[in-house]
Design a binder for this molecule. Structure first.
Ligand code: ATP
Ligand code: MG
Length: 420
């Protein structure tokens, strides 16, 4: 949370508050981007303006709580509490509860058109699956609790519409760690890779061969509704918001089956359209290839008529090494060809430089600089090479369940916000 613009006209007050009420206050002020001291100030003002004290709050277990209030407010609050025959701790708890009641949690802002994020690069092993899963987990996280995010200062400023406009000098480092509410999106992950890594990493089973699958739906040979194939990724922090369409090894033959399909670029769109209304964001974990199925994925990420630029598109995962650059050229030429051939608007959501380790020396640092220099699309995240990612894969748990406070999750939350 940001610090107040000035403490000079405020005085520090120390009292007590029950831990549950303090936690609710912390979350709600973060959700509304309000300073805790301003919330307490408003709560006390409203409380004092009431005709009589509201019903009591259970203050058992109250712990030390300090904040800053405008000079004189605490003194008159003390007098009001005395007049009403309530203790200061009870009065403060009532004031905070009153503020919470008057300032309900904001509802999650949902996109009007489902956002489609195509995570791609035909180069293998760069971390497409890890970035797809982590971004999805960050997008689906619980909006009613706080999670650590390493967020660039200017992003935080834009979100809070405050900051240095008043001429205050920057006091924080360019990359601050903040506790922010989850984004609360309803998210569908598509394991579009016949290897099924995403499915397995999330502890789920690939769909059995010979049954229904995304490939069948794309080939126009569906055996039932697509929704029946989708499974939830269970964990309290995702509520029931994070779902997965598991892979099936029949996707190894997807390009062959697509070759006879009419308007095959639109095959993924046709297959997914029946479930789109259930989700805010759909992420496609692409295989390391550049075939017809990739065309269908890119087509699916094109900008639709009613959509804002940059809401959907291709998110390209690369590594800071020389061979990544050649792969990138091939991928962008495929995207540009499709864009020109079919007259589509296809947006790039950005480059993610993954598995970065500056200790690897000049090759890593100069390659990172080369990615930075591209500028369009710009680098939207640099994700370090961290052991918790590999460990989460090993134990087949979502990263955000295995290590919710780890640096990897912290970086991926920032990425999810950067492309939102
Ligand atoms: N930032 C990271 N830090 C540490 N390990 C990572 C990171 N990102 C990915 N990995 C690990 O690198 C390996 C390859 O990652 P991943 O499977 O996500 O790549 P991919 O591009 O999807 O591969 P493929 O092309 O085969 O689909 C995995 O073991 C994964 O856990
Ligand atoms: Mg993969």
């Amino acid at each position: 949370m940001t610090s107040p613009s000035s403490q000079s006209d405020r005085e520090k007050v120390v009292s007590k508050l029950p831990p549950w009420l303090r936690q609710e206050l912390k979350i709600r002020t973060a959700q509304l981007r309000v300073d805790i001291q301003d919330a307490v100030h408003q709560g006390i003002s409203h409380w004092s303006a009431l005709a009589s004290a509201p019903s009591p709050v259970d203050t058992s277990g109250a712990e030390s709580f300090s904040t800053w209030l405008p000079a004189g407010q605490w003194e008159s609050f003390r007098a009001d509490s005395k007049d009403r025959g309530v203790s200061l701790i009870q009065g403060l708890a009532q004031a905070v509860r009153l503020w919470l009641e008057m300032n309900p949690a904001p509802t999650v802002k949902r996109p009007s058109v489902v956002r489609r994020i195509v995570v791609c690069n035909q180069k293998g092993g760069v971390g497409k699956t890890a970035i797809t899963a982590g971004t999805a987990e960050a997008l689906a996280e619980d909006p009613d609790s706080l999670h650590p995010v390493r967020i660039a200062r200017q992003l935080a400023r834009a979100a809070s519409e405050e900051g240095t406009a008043d001429g205050e000098p920057e006091t924080s480092s360019p990359l601050d760690l903040e506790d922010l509410p989850g984004l609360g999106m309803r998210v569908l992950l598509i394991d579009f890779d016949p290897q099924g890594h995403l499915t397995k990493q999330l502890g789920q089973q690939p769909l059995p061969i010979g049954g229904d699958s995304l490939t069948c739906h794309m080939a126009g040979e569906a055996k039932g509704p697509l929704a029946d194939l989708i499974v939830p990724v269970p964990d309290q922090r995702f509520g029931n918001r994070l779902h997965l369409l598991p892979a099936c090894t029949d996707a190894f033959l997807l390009d062959v089956r697509l070759s006879t399909v009419r308007a095959r670029e639109a095959a993924l769109e046709r297959a997914l359209s029946p479930v789109e209304s259930e989700y805010d964001v759909i992420l496609i974990d692409c295989p390391p290839s550049l075939g017809l199925s990739m065309d269908a994925a890119i087509y699916y990420g094109r900008r639709r008529d009613t959509e804002q630029p940059g809401a959907s598109g291709a998110l390209i995962v690369v590594q800071a090494e020389d061979s990544s650059a050649d792969a990138y050229d091939l991928l962008t030429s495929q995207i540009n060809d499709l864009r020109d051939d079919l007259s589509l608007d296809i947006d790039y959501l950005g480059l993610v430089v993954n598995l970065y380790d500056g200790r690897r020396g000049y090759i890593a640092t100069s390659s990172l600089q080369a990615w930075m220099d591209i500028k369009d699309p710009r680098v939207v995240a640099v994700v370090p090479d961290l052991k918790e990612q590999r460990e989460a894969v090993r134990v087949k748990q979502p990263l955000f369940v295995y290590s919710p406070k780890g640096d990897q999750a912290i970086a991926l939350r920032a990425l999810a916000r950067e492309i939102s």
